[in-house]
Write a new protein. Structure first.
Length: 606
């Protein structure tokens, strides 16, 4: 949030506004033109109704003109107001809701498109994460604020200019009051706005914490645990109360200063000094100099009042634009991010199994904190390889590198004898089937959750999805699956949706891999949510299905890895032992020690 706390310069503000102006006019030109037209039209009609017409009617009356003239003027005014009201109603009820939706969607789509491109490593960076969260949370409000600031800056400026020109025509001397007092008023309003922004910025981090507190209390994810650990609930409640106190303190701190500026502006400058100077001047012109008629006095007063109030809105519009610019700046920063995991030569991945070799790979998420150190091994086509080791030894990280979600800091990974950085990234990733321990089930049908792609709706597709589920031991013979593979999963949007158990969900994740016919499969704890018997059976099945495939898998349960062709034992980012189950037991090293701890646990099953 560091950037947000520093105010942008006026040049930066203009640059952000210009960016959003181009964006909005490109995505919804008709709507933007209508919006601008309505903003300006509203201020012109206010000027016509309350200043020009009043002056005309009073002047005609003072000069003893015909009543017919006044009637005509009023008739034209009423007709113009009627037309203007109709166009405004069309704008408000039809154009505005649709136009804003078009803009919300356009900006969100750009952000979502970018989300697909950016590296996974970006999510490890706190600054990126804040930018990303802010960009997604603020898109709609950015558009709203932009439209409002256009309204203020364009419409109100035109309104002020109408009054300036008319006042210069009717009574130029009266502009003197504006010239002297308006700058003071604007300085005061600008200072007041600055304080308001400073208060808001100071509240931001507390408000984020309060938002977190809110989430803890309303999201079902926390509900069960908080019932079991009421002390945590008390801590969250205390933190929530504390953040509210801090917000109140900030409000108190700035409240006094804002009250001071309010008094200075609203009471002293606007009421006492401006009104006093204006009435003295106008009455002096009318009663002593006799250069001003009653109509001109009223019109001059109206003009001065409108110039001041419109200019205050212009300042408010600039303040809003400046505040909005800080968010737009963040959104643009996000949209400018470039992926570093790119295809260097876009070579196609050869068909069939190939050797996968990891050569002296080093890697760390953060500079100076290595997670993988000099990792070297090779997997031959059709081999079944297991990665084992205690938590935090680097197994999942290694798998992420194999899938090119990250690139090594040094060393290289080759597939089919070529550095994987030479392959087109998505084609390489798609050539490998993968199951992660933190897989997700999406609010979509069971079929879509297996396909993870656009459906073609063919019978063959349905058959293959059912087969993949069957092979993953997912049973479709279940009363809850009323629509079989078309059953919606999760109850988030569908009343008749189905929430799967952890084990069932894991089988769906495995079916995703089995549906695709990749030659290599990488599985990170593929069966951790299954009971030992189900796990044993599934492993037998997977061994059968993946007989000709290369399989790399991570498992904590050593009983599932004992049949692997080769086991790599990892510790603190290094491979410390290599061999088959029997070889490693004979070695009597770290693997054997781990095995002894687990031995017997699954003896009945294995
Ligand atoms: P394992 O799969 O063997 O349990 P991991 O590969 O998940 O181990 O983690 C290895 C080390 O890397 C751990 O110390 C972990 O805290 C760290 N680590 C994992 N993911 C990240 C990340 N996104 N950012 C920073 N450190 C991470």
């Amino acid at each position: 949030m560091s950037e947000m706390k520093e105010a942008l310069t006026w040049r930066q503000v203009l640059a952000q506004q210009w960016y959003l102006t181009k964006f909005c006019f490109k995505k919804a030109p008709g709507f933007m033109a209508f919006h601008l037209f309505e903003s300006i039209k509203l201020q012109i009609s206010i000027f016509m109704e309350f200043t020009w017409t009043v002056n005309y009617v009073l002047t005609v009356a003072e000069e003893g003109g015909e009543f017919k003239k006044i009637l005509w003027c009023m008739g034209i005014l009423m007709a113009a107001i009627a037309v203007s009201t109709v166009t405004f109603a069309i704008y408000k009820h039809y154009v505005l809701p649709r136009g804003t939706q078009v803009l919300y969607r356009a900006l969100r789509m750009e952000i979502y498109e970018k989300t697909k491109e950016i590296d996974l490593s970006c999510y490890d960076d706190k600054d990126f994460y804040e930018t990303f969260i802010l960009a997604t949370e603020e898109t709609d409000r950015c558009i709203d604020r932009y439209l409002e600031s256009v309204d203020f800056l364009a419409g109100r400026l035109v309104g002020a200019l109408c009054s300036v020109f008319y006042c210069a025509y009717i009574n130029p001397v009266a502009l003197f009051v504006v010239v002297v007092i308006l700058p003071l008023e604007l300085i005061c309003v600008a200072q007041e706005n600055k304080k308001r922004v400073a208060a808001r910025m100071e509240r931001v981090s507390h408000e984020q914490k309060r938002e977190y507190g809110n989430r803890v209390f309303y999201l079902s994810d926390y509900a069960a645990e908080l019932r079991l650990y009421p002390q945590m609930k008390d801590k969250c409640r205390d933190d929530y109360a504390e953040t509210n106190n801090r917000i109140e303190l900030v409000n108190k701190k700035y409240g006094k200063q804002l009250f001071g500026y309010g008094l200075l502006h609203d009471v002293l400058l606007s009421r006492i000094i401006k009104e006093g100077a204006m009435w003295t001047l106008l009455l002096y012109q009318m009663l002593v100099l006799k250069t001003l008629s009653g109509a001109q006095l009223i019109t001059s007063r109206s003009c001065i009042w409108r110039i001041s109030s419109n200019m205050e809105f212009v300042i408010g519009g600039y303040r809003m634009a400046a505040e909005n610019s800080a968010y737009i700046y963040r959104i643009r920063e996000f949209l400018r991010m470039e992926s570093t995991i790119v295809s260097k030569e876009s070579e196609t991945v050869p068909e069939g199994s190939g050797v996968l070799s990891v050569e002296h790979v080093d890697f760390g998420y953060l500079a100076g904190k290595p997670v993988l150190k000099d990792v070297t091994f090779a997997v031959k086509p059709g081999q079944k390889v297991a990665l084992v080791g205690y938590n935090g030894s680097g197994k999942t990280t290694l798998v992420k590198l194999l899938l090119r979600l990250y690139d090594p800091s040094s060393g290289r990974i080759c597939y089919h004898d070529k550095d994987i950085r030479k392959y087109q990234v998505m084609a390489y990733r798609r050539s490998i089937g993968s199951v992660f321990q933190d897989f997700k089930i999406y609010a979509a049908t069971l079929k879509e959750n297996v396909l993870m792609d656009v459906e073609d709706g063919s019978r063959e597709e349905n058959y293959l999805v059912e087969k993949a589920l069957y092979d993953a031991h997912f049973t479709l013979d279940d009363n809850r699956l009323s629509y079989q593979i078309e059953t919606p999963l999760t109850t988030e949007f569908e009343k008749d949706g189905v929430n799967l158990s952890g084990g069932e969900a894991q089988k769906v994740a495995i079916a995703r891999t089995l549906y695709r016919k990749q030659d290599m499969i990488i599985m990170d704890e593929p069966s951790s949510a299954l009971d030992p018997l189900a796990e044993y059976r599934l492993n037998q099945e997977l061994n059968e299905i993946a007989r000709d495939k290369t399989v790399i898998f991570i498992s904590h349960r050593l009983s599932t890895v004992r049949d692997a062709d080769c086991i790599y034992m990892m510790e603190k980012g290094r491979i410390v032992e290599t061999g088959t189950h029997e070889e490693l037991l004979v070695k009597n090293g770290k693997y054997a020690a781990m095995w002894k701890i687990q031995a017997g646990l699954y003896a009945d099953v294995c």
